[in-house]
Design a protein around this ligand. Sequence first.
Ligand SMILES: NC(=O)c1ccc[n+]([C@@H]2O[C@H](COP(=O)([O-])OP(=O)(O)OC[C@H]3O[C@@H](n4cnc5c(N)ncnc54)[C@H](O)[C@@H]3O)[C@@H](O)[C@H]2O)c1
Length: 243
Amino acid sequence: MKLDNKVAIVTGAGQGMGRAIVQHFVDQGALVYAVDVNSDAVNTTVGSLGEQAYPVVCDITDESAVKELMQRIETEQGRLDILVNNAGIGSVDGFLETPLETWQRVLSVNLTGAFLCSRESAALMSKAGSGSIINLSSTAAQTGEGPCHYVTSKAGIMGLTRSTAKELAPGGIRVNTLVPGPTDTPMMADIPKEWMDAMINAIPLGRLCAPDEIARAAAFLASEEASFITGQNITVNGGMAFL
Ligand SMILES: NC(=O)c1ccc[n+]([C@@H]2O[C@H](COP(=O)([O-])OP(=O)(O)OC[C@H]3O[C@@H](n4cnc5c(N)ncnc54)[C@H](O)[C@@H]3O)[C@@H](O)[C@H]2O)c1
């Protein structure tokens, strides 16, 4: 299997893509720390996965909670091989009506949370001299179609990837951006129907992405099959945009 005996963290593991990534990583032989702020949701994710997945209730914007998680993994496993920075939030705001609090919250979860998890994970990975970090962006970062806080946070993710890919490469750590197009998850539930219809019309393959299609791309990037790929945008969007 692609991820035999790898130790992984997946954030935002309580539903949607995060849940699919946890399930697929376990299918591929990984041991997964499934992280989410929502305790019921993350317990449901790991429910049927036995000893191969641990639920972790943690807010990724809380620096001390993230550090505590890394200490726990170091004590329990002695190493960390994979981090998937998947947790993300959004809200539907026009630019002129965007409250400062919303801007700050979206940037905090989508970008600062990824920064904190990356920094603390890389410190642990570098002890073993290897690792793979996968940062979830969005096609919205390329097309600009979406609320300003969300698009900005997802464009920032690409910068985080490029900078850390360069700096961490000598330590054997690869960092890549996974760029999904519109995907069938609970995050999409609040999107107005007209937006949804327009989005699907703009996808040449004519449908939303399935969460498992994102999970399979994440497993590829996490695995040795992607051993010479770092700093890149890997896009899974049904042909909606070309990066
Ligand atoms: N669904 C899409 O169409 C789409 C498209 C492109 C990119 N993305 C991105 O992919 C990722 C996953 O999207 P999704 O649709 O599965 O999202 P989702 O909303 O269905 O799930 C996100 C999960 O993140 C968790 N979370 C939120 N804040 C957190 C925090 N501070 N700490 C820990 N966990 C937290 C939530 O509880 C939830 O379980 C996100 O980064 C999203 O921006 C989604």
